[in-house]
Write a protein that binds this ligand. Structure first.
Ligand code: MET
Ligand SMILES: [Zn+2]
Length: 327
């Protein structure tokens, strides 16, 4: 049976909370794929052997990640295309033309769809401009972030994703800068012609990485009134601090009570930006069970994990979603 449209699905099942997958990029790395390249988790797909050699090791690893997240309970999964903008790919790999780029995206999306089957929802993942310039965790977009042509940066990936029926939802993830957020919100249905969501990149106190407060963000969204693009299905945070994630969700929900929310924080490890590695965090104040309960009470409709979360985290999230959602 064909999948329903995700918009229709969320509207006609108002109590349903969908379980998302976990950190695809970090999981690929954990399983041995070298993602230490400027295109990060896109790396396995830009090698010809991934497509020509059906028994390639990387191919098996990617399949395994999709399969393990699905088995753990994910009902909606993401393509590994966080750093697959045309600019990142054409500047850093042998793929140079828009035709080659479209072929790459078509192959990745089809491969991902084949991995998860026809029933589950698939999200076309798009990282922020900050992913290209390594600024998604400081929001530093230079002196004139308002002058950046965000549309020009996103357009090739958007054009491809909007035309691909294998994708149910488009993700703008880890958005750290309010100018970029304002740009995305200003695009109407002729540009963003399919359901999408925005995942914000925030500090522990909930401020956007560029220092804008949650109030600034919510005010900006409210200022669009009923002119907001009807394809904006959810707003939320991703790659956020585990211990602080529920507080941040509650504060967004307080200010935008009717906005369906999405949340996928990191696991409890902390990224050391100097050592460039994830370090354990001895302070863990919550379990997934407690957090998921609070997320749902704060209006979350999609819940999963971001960097360093594994199929085991998704299993715990799925169990808690089952326990606390009315559906
Ligand atoms: C830096 S956040 C990355 C999110 C992305 N969906 C991934 O895990 O691959
Ligand atoms: Zn992340």
């Amino acid at each position: 049976m064909a999948r329903p449209s995700i918009k229709e699905y969320l509207t006609s099942n108002p109590d349903k909370v969908l379980v998302l997958d976990g950190g695809q990029g970090s999981e690929l790395e954990k399983r041995g794929i070298n993602v230490a390249t400027p295109v990060w988790s896109t790396a396995p797909f830009v090698s010809d052997s991934f497509w020509s050699d059906k028994s390639s090791g990387d191919r098996e690893i990617v399949k395994g990640v999709f399969s393990d997240f699905s088995t753990a309970g994910a009902e909606i999964l993401m393509t590994t295309t966080y750093q697959t903008s045309f600019k990142s790919v054409s500047e850093n790999t042998s793929i140079k033309t828009i035709e080659e780029y479209n072929t790459l995206l078509n192959h990745i999306v089809q491969f991902s769809r084949d991995c998860i089957g026809e029933e589950k929802f698939l999200i076309g993942c798009i990282g922020p401009w900050g992913a290209h310039v390594c600024a998604e965790f400081n929001g530093d977009y230079g002196k004139h972030p308002e002058n950046e042509d965000y549309y020009e940066y996103f357009k090739p990936q958007l054009d491809n994703f909007f035309n691909n029926n294998n994708l149910d939802l488009i993700a703008f993830e880890t958005i750290p800068n309010i100018h970029e957020l304002r740009a995305i919100l200003s695009w109407d249905e002729s540009i963003l012609s399919k359901p999408f969501y925005i995942g914000l990149s925030v500090h522990e106190n909930g401020c956007l990485r560029d220092g804008s407060t949650i109030e600034d963000v919510c005010q900006l969204i409210k200022s669009f009134g009923d002119k907001i693009n009807p394809n904006l299905l959810l707003l939320g945070i991703n790659c956020a601090n585990f211990n602080h994630s529920a507080d941040i969700m509650e504060s967004i929900h307080k200010q935008l009570p009717n906005m369906p929310l999405i949340i996928y924080p990191n696991n409890n490890e902390i990224y050391d930006t100097v050592k460039k590695m994830w370090l354990p965090n001895s302070k863990q104040y919550f379990t997934w069970d407690t957090l998921v309960k609070r997320y749902i009470e704060a209006g979350a409709r999609i819940i999963g994990g971001c960097c360093r979360t594994t199929p085991d985290d998704i299993k715990q999230i799925a169990a808690a979603v089952k326990k606390y959602s009315k559906n």
